[in-house]
Design a protein around this ligand. Structure first.
Ligand SMILES: [Zn+2]
Length: 282
């Protein structure tokens, strides 16, 4: 267990200056995505390449919220969480999508998005961290990439993953993979992938010094929302029921992660940033 070694770092979470130098310009992610469009097969790995295409499609459906402070805040938390994972160095990008729908998404290669609708329903930084860590776990376990590979329509994808691919075919295969990846958001991942991401998410959040019950708090909120509410339609269609996720998580955490339940939720810091954004948005 890496908990013991990493938990002393928890204090760092409380010091906003740790990642204070991090700056993000709202157009930066988008232009980075645009640049990756023409990438050649051996310029970069295909996972990041496909992820960039899928992320661009997600951003096309709902742009980023135009509030730099809010985006910085979410990126700071995401990058801190990334440092607790086995892949701290992949190009992680975090963003808040400008839509009332309640959802969160991950795309291969390190793209993680949460919607404004979901963010505004959260009550603490620990809840946000839990949701981000869940999505990051999909990236770490390559759930989307594996699901794309399984898709019969892109049977040739194995070639995309290989460096020795015929470059004339690369663009076509990549496009197929990107469409299949984007289509996954309407269909959802396997339930087991979701449960695995829940389990991993609470562990990453605990390592980062947060109360690992944050994810459960966010799930409890989802559980109270009527399935008739159109803002949760996609989320409910593509995920196992929140009640079932809570039940399984509770079981997994007992005797293991629950001892970190006294770690901070950082409610005030969350309210300060998100509250300010809400005020400005009015
Ligand atoms: Zn998920």
């Amino acid at each position: 267990m890496r908990f013991t070694a990493l938990i002393p770092c928890a204090a760092l979470v409380l010091a906003p200056t740790v990642c204070g130098a991090f700056e993000i310009n709202l157009d930066k992610i988008k232009s980075a995505l645009d640049r990756t469009r023409d990438i050649k097969p051996n310029d970069d790995n295909s996972e990041a390449d496909i992820g960039a295409g899928v992320a661009a499609n997600l951003l096309g459906a709902a742009p980023l919220v135009r509030n730099e402070k809010l985006q910085q805040y979410v990126n700071r938390i995401g990058l801190w969480l990334a440092m607790q994972t086995e892949k701290p160095d992949i190009p992680w990008h975090f963003g808040v999508l400008d839509t009332d729908s309640l959802n969160a998404f991950a795309a291969p290669g390190g793209y993680v998005f949460v919607t404004r609708g979901l963010l505004l329903r959260m009550r603490s930084e620990a809840e946000l961290a839990g949701v981000l860590a869940h999505e990051m776990s999909h990236v770490l376990k390559q759930h989307h990439l594996q699901a794309i590979k399984k898709n019969a329509q892109v049977g040739l994808l194995a070639d995309v993953a290989s460096i020795a691919v015929d470059s004339s075919k690369y663009g076509e295969l990549k496009q197929k993979a990107i469409s299949a990846g984007t289509e996954l958001y309407a269909r959802g991942l396997d339930k087991d992938d979701e449960f695995e991401a829940d389990r991993m998410g609470v562990v990453i959040a605990a390592r980062a010094g947060y109360d690992p019950y944050g994810l459960l708090g966010a799930l409890q909120t989802l559980e109270t929302i009527s399935p008739q509410d159109s803002n949760v339609a996609l989320m409910f269609k593509t995920h196992p029921a929140a009640g079932q996720r809570l039940q399984l998580l509770d079981k997994t955490m007992t005797g293991k992660v629950d001892k970190y339940g006294s770690q901070p939720q950082l409610t005030e810091r969350f309210e300060k940033v998100v509250g300010k954004y809400v005020k400005q948005a009015k």
